[in-house]
Design a protein around this ligand. Structure first.
Ligand SMILES: Cc1cc2nc3c(=O)[nH]c(=O)nc-3n(C[C@H](O)[C@H](O)[C@H](O)COP(=O)(O)O)c2cc1C
Length: 464
C-alpha cells in the first residue's frame, strides 16, 4: 500500500478509524478509486524522463544567473516536454471544468511573467500548462506604475536566496487593444494551448461586460477575475476591495457569469479573516473555479540609515503585496479551506488553482495533495526563468513515481482528510496514551485477549 504521508508512515492511506467529529469525518477510502494493478506504472524506474538539469539544454546567461542565485533548482530532475506534455513517466495532464485540457498543471500566475506577447510566447514554448496574462481593465490610462516597485527579503543564512518578495506594481498599464492583439496572436500561434485573461474592473456592469466580450472575441479560453490585488486598485474600489466584500463580489460574479461563455475562476485575497466566505460567494454565483492566493499586504522593511520604508519612491512608500517562498504556508492553509468547500459542498465539481511560493515540483505536490487541480507560479518565474517548468514537471513526476501515482487525480486531495480540530487532536492523543498505558499494564481480564495481538499481549505480562 502506498503511503500518503511518507515521513512517519504512521497514517495508513485508507484510514479506518480517525476523527469522529461530524464536521470532520474520518477520511473516505478515496483511494479505492486508485487504478488497478494492470494500470500501474512498470516497477522499473525508466530513467529517460528523469534527467539532470543542463544535460540536454542550454540555459541563457540570465537564467543561469537566476538559478545560481538561489541554487534551489540545481538538484531538480528535468522532464522532456513537447507542447507542455511530458514524454514519459507519470501523466501530468489534467481536465478542468468546461472541458479545459492542460498538458501539465503548471500555470503562469498573473503578473510580470504574462505581461506581453513575447513573454507569454516564451511560456508556451517552454511548456507551461497554461498562461494567465497580466490583469487587464478597459481603461489602462488610469494605471500608472512607479519604480522601484519591488523589494526582496533574503534568507539570513544565504544572502543570494530570496525568500520573500514585495511588489507595489499595479495591473497592466498597456492599452487593452494592445493586450487583445497579443492574445489574438498567441491563440493563432498556439491554438491548442490554454490562455486565460485576468480581468479587473470597477463596480460597473457595462465595463465588465465589455471587457468579457472583447477578450472572448480574441479567443481566450477562460477568465481569472482579479478580486485580490492589495495595492493601488482598492483606492478605486477594485481588486481586493471587491474581494473583501462578499455581497459585492457575489453581485459582480453574477454579472460576469451571465456574460462569459468560457470558464471563470475568481482569484481570492488572503487579506481577509476567513477566505471561505468570498470563495463560497464566488462558487455560489456560478464560477467554475477559485484561485488562491493573491499577495499578502506587506511592508518589506525600513531602511535603518535613511529611516524610510522600502520600496522607497521619492522618499515614500505604500504597503504592497507579499509573495514568494515565505507565503507558501499561508497559501496552503487558504487552499485547504477552499478545497474543503469544493469537496463537501460541490462534490469536487469545481476547480481550485493553488498559488503562493511554488518553486519546485514538490511544492506543487503539496498544493495538489490539499485539493488543487492546477498550481500557479509568478515570483518563481521572475527568479528562475521560464525553463523552470521542466524542473517543476520533473520534480512532480519524481514525487509521483516515489508513491507509484500515475496521474494527478491519483493523489489530488489525498492529504485533505488529515485535518481536524484541535479538540480532536487532544482526544486522539489522549486515546493513544491510554492505549499505551493499557498495553504496559497487561490485560485487565481474560476477555481482552485477541488473536492478532496475542504474542504482544503475552509479552506485556512477562515480568523479566
Ligand atoms: C510583481 C507582481 C505582480 C503581480 N501582478 C498581478 C496581477 O496583475 N494580477 C494578479 O491577479 N496577480 C498579480 N500578482 C500576484 C501573483 O499572481 C500571485 O498571486 C502571488 O504573487 C503569489 O504567487 P507567487 O508566490 O508564485 O508569486 C503579482 C505578483 C507579483 C510578484
Amino acid at each position: 500500500m502506498r503511503s500518503v504521508l511518507p515521513v512517519t508512515g504512521r497514517y495508513p492511506l485508507q484510514q479506518t478509524s480517525g476523527p469522529s467529529c461530524p464536521a470532520h469525518p474520518a477520511p473516505q477510502a478515496r483511494h479505492s478509486k486508485l487504478r488497478s494493478s494492470s494500470q500501474r506504472l512498470p516497477a522499473s524506474s525508466g530513467p529517460c524522463w528523469l534527467q539532470k538539469p543542463g544535460s540536454d539544454r542550454k540555459c541563457s546567461r540570465e537564467q543561469l544567473h537566476a538559478t545560481r542565485q538561489s541554487g534551489l533548482l540545481d538538484d531538480e530532475p528535468t522532464a522532456d516536454l513537447r507542447d507542455g506534455k511530458v514524454q514519459s513517466g507519470p501523466d501530468l495532464s489534467i481536465t478542468l471544468q468546461g472541458g479545459l485540457v492542460l498538458p501539465n498543471p503548471f500555470v503562469i500566475g498573473s503578473g510580470p511573467p504574462g505581461t506581453n506577447y513575447a513573454v507569454m510566447k516564451k511560456a508556451f514554448e517552454e511548456g507551461w500548462g497554461a498562461v494567465i496574462a497580466k490583469t487587464v481593465s478597459v481603461d489602462s490610462s488610469k494605471v500608472v506604475n512607479v519604480t522601484p516597485r519591488y523589494a526582496k527579503l533574503k534568507a539570513p543564512s544565504n544572502s543570494r536566496e530570496v525568500i520573500g518578495w514585495e511588489n507595489i506594481e499595479l495591473i497592466s498599464d498597456r492599452p487593452l487593444e494592445t493586450m487583445l492583439d497579443d492574445f489574438k496572436r498567441l491563440k493563432q500561434e498556439f491554438p491548442n494551448r490554454i490562455l486565460i485573461a485576468s480581468i479587473m474592473e470597477e463596480y460597473d456592469k457595462p465595463a465588465w461586460e465589455e471587457l468579457i466580450s472583447r477578450c472572448e472575441d480574441v479567443g481566450v479560453d477562460a477568465f481569472e477575475v482579479n478580486f485580490s490585488c492589495p495595492h493601488g486598485m482598492p483606492e478605486r474600489k477594485m481588486g481586493m476591495a471587491m474581494g473583501q466584500d462578499c455581497d459585492i463580489l457575489e453581485e459582480v460574479c453574477g454579472w460576469i457569469n451571465n456574460k462569459a461563455t468560457v470558464p471563470v475562476w475568481a482569484k481570492m485575497t488572503p487579506n481577509i479573516t476567513d477566505i471561505s466566505f468570498p470563495a463560497r460567494s464566488a462558487l455560489q454565483s456560478g464560477c467554475e473555479g477559485v484561485s488562491a492566493i493573491n499577495t499578502i499586504t506587506s511592508v518589506m522593511g525600513v531602511n535603518l540609515d535613511t529611516l524610510r520604508p522600502e520600496p522607497c519612491v521619492e522618499g515614500y512608500t505604500t504597503p504592497g503585496g507579499y509573495s514568494s517562498k515565505a507565503v507558501k504556508p499561508i497559501a496552503l492553509a487558504k487552499v485547504m479551506s477552499i478545497a474543503r468547500i469544493i469537496k463537501e459542498e460541490y462534490a469536487g465539481g469545481r476547480d481550485l488553482s493553488g498559488i503562493g511560493g511554488v518553486e519546485t515540483g514538490r511544492d506543487a505536490a503539496e498544493f495538489i495533495l490539499l485539493g488543487a487541480n492546477t498550481v500557479q507560479v509568478c515570483t518563481g518565474v521572475m527568479l528562475h526563468g521560464y525553463p523552470m517548468v521542466k524542473q517543476l514537471c520533473g520534480g512532480l513526476q519524481a514525487f509521483m513515481k516515489q508513491h507509484d501515482f500515475s496521474s494527478i487525480e491519483d493523489f489530488r486531495g489525498s492529504s485533505l482528510p488529515f485535518f481536524t480540530t484541535h479538540h480532536e487532536l487532544v482526544r486522539m492523543q489522549r486515546e493513544a496514551i491510554n492505549a499505551k498505558k493499557r498495553a504496559r499494564q497487561g490485560l485487565a481480564s481474560d476477555a481482552d485477549w485477541s488473536g492478532d495481538g496475542f504474542v504482544k499481549e503475552t509479552e506485556s505480562m512477562v515480568a523479566n
